[in-house]
Design a protein around this ligand. Structure first.
Ligand SMILES: [Zn+2]
Length: 132
């Protein structure tokens, strides 16, 4: 069983390859996800309660997006120098496609990516927060 204290959870970071007491960033609303911040690499990662061998992959539980699921009137134009939030709806101009940000990843070198479930393209990883 993972240790659970008031505001940290012990979890393994696959980037740092070690265990940390990680700060709880936010409780996902709607979806049952708790986000942790790794003190080693400063990356964000989802807390996996059933982490002991039977971790289920996100993709198996995902339903295809429907246009009516997306608040496209408030969609933000995707640009790789912007930062995005999980749950935000974006519009990709080149593809003329709308998508919802389902998760975020940190890459080595302090780079960040977003995973976006697009209506037509499906799940795509895009870079964010590019400093020019
Ligand atoms: Zn880490």
């Amino acid at each position: 069983m993972p240790e659970v204290s008031s505001d940290t959870i012990k979890q393994h970071c696959s980037v740092c390859k070690s265990d940390f007491e990680m700060e709880i960033i936010k409780q996902g609303s709607g979806e049952n996800v708790v986000w942790l911040k790794c003190p080693g690499c400063q990356g964000f990662l989802p807390y996996m309660p059933d982490d002991d061998g039977v971790a289920k992959t996100e993709d198996e539980t995902e339903k295809p997006l429907a246009l009516e699921d997306l608040d496209i009137e408030h969609a933000r134009e995707y640009s790789d120098d912007q930062l995005f939030e999980i749950g935000e709806v974006i519009h990709h101009r080149s593809w003329n496609d709308y998508g919802k940000i389902v998760s975020k990843d940190a890459l080595p070198g302090n780079r960040h990516t977003i995973w976006v479930q697009f209506l037509r393209q499906g799940k795509v990883q895009l870079i964010e927060g590019v400093v020019r």
